[in-house]
Design a protein around this ligand. Structure first.
Ligand SMILES: [Mg+2]
Length: 373
């Protein structure tokens, strides 16, 4: 007989305004819309996980909430929380897709298992290879002067990695911003580029070559998710490393991407892969193929950030940092009881046990749009 059983499941749909509108090659975002999953055991333990879909990227909060509340509820209720692999296999049998909802479920199970074992999630999934991860902030405002103010403020906080969101206005605007940032901050700034699928495949190589003069660390997802041959062609043609984000969600896509060498780096996201362990499978495929990894995220609260931090702490090889800045620098207010641990330009991996971050009940009530029980 299992010592613990999942006795209750609550689905919180939340909406938190952001402090600025962020623009991307695939659309604008002005806040965080997420689904928090709360699991309770019959022994008094509680575990948390988060689904943070983006409609133009993954899915919707409505479908994530329904996935958990309606379709996955029967395979969660009564389950043994320490048997995450078994519960996730059941979830895959009753519901296709919905990696964000499944990521929330796996995280909540691992949160409980970690509390039982007295270990952080990073330790549960293989060990803490590092205690802190360099933070990258995304520059994504149509008003570049406002972004510059923001970059200066973050620079004072110790942030040295900045990812320019490109491809939402014109090529000249992208080049101008890169040039200004390189001029103002010299070699000390790590510049990255993310097109969010915003470049036309037929003219991507020439535009990326223009950007190479400003020595970006990498160029992320220049073309559409399904344009894999174009992505592979770009990766072969240019010197700057190319990162796949939208084109690589899960281990199956990672295997195909590695075989065709469509990119030099994969962006890992628990919400894309369907959990921390599936993301580690993507990292393992990347490692075997000599492909780098990066800690990406969706528009999310510190619950999903914490899951990402445990993931990136457990990845064996050094990597290109992470972007878990939303709860510190984007959300009007974060939901966590204690601030998500960002300082000196680094994310500090929560100590645990389990996830090591949980929502504050008052803040959760303030930003909750719907509660499904
Ligand atoms: Mg991206």
């Amino acid at each position: 007989m299992p010592e613990h059983r999942i006795a209750g499941l609550r689905v919180h749909v939340v909406s938190i305004p952001g402090n600025a509108e962020h623009s991307h090659g695939s659309g604008d975002v002005s806040g965080i819309n997420a689904v928090l999953l709360e699991l309770a055991t019959d022994t008094g333990l509680t575990g948390w996980g988060e689904a943070s879909p983006w409609p133009v990227f993954t899915g919707t909060v409505e479908s994530s909430a329904a996935a958990l509340h309606v379709h996955l509820r029967p395979c969660i209720t009564g389950a043994d929380p320490v048997q995450a692999e078994l519960v996730m296999a059941r979830a895959d049998r009753v519901l296709v897709g919905h990696p964000e909802a499944k990521s929330a479920l796996e995280c909540a199970l691992l949160d409980i298992t970690g509390q039982i074992a007295g270990l952080s999630i990073a330790e549960l999934v293989g060990g803490r290879q590092r205690e802190s991860i360099p933070l990258s902030f995304s520059v994504a405002n149509r008003d570049f002067e406002r972004d510059l103010e923001c970059v200066r403020e973050l620079w004072r906080d110790g942030v040295r990695l900045f990812k320019l969101k490109t491809g939402f206005l014109d090529h000249g605007f992208d080049l101008m911003r890169l040039e200004r940032l390189r001029e103002l901050f010299g070699d000390e700034i790590g510049l990255r580029i993310d097109y969010n699928q915003g470049l036309p495949g037929y003219d991507a190589i020439r535009r990326i070559r223009d950007l190479e003069a400003f020595r970006p660390d990498f160029v992320e997802q220049p073309v559409k998710r399904h344009e894999r041959a174009a992505l592979a062609g770009i990766t072969r043609a240019v010197d700057v490393p190319i990162m796949a984000d939208e084109s690589v969600f899960n281990p199956e896509e990672a295997l195909d991407a590695a075989a065709g060498r469509i990119a030099d780096i994969f962006s890992l996201k628990t919400n894309k892969a369907g959990g921390i362990r599936r993301s580690l499978e993507v990292a393992a495929i990347a490692r075997a193929a000599g492909i780098g990894v990066y800690g990406g995220c969706m528009f999310e609260t510190s619950i999903a950030h914490a899951a990402g931090a445990h993931l990136m702490a457990a990845v064996l090889d050094p990597h290109l940092g992470c972007e878990f800045y939303m709860s510190t620098y984007f959300a009007e207010c974060d939901l966590a009881e204690t601030p998500f641990p960002v300082n000196g330009g680094y994310v500090h991996v929560p100590r645990g046990p389990g996830l090591g971050v949980r929502p504050d009940p008052d803040k959760l009530a303030r930003f909750r749009k719907e509660l499904l029980t």
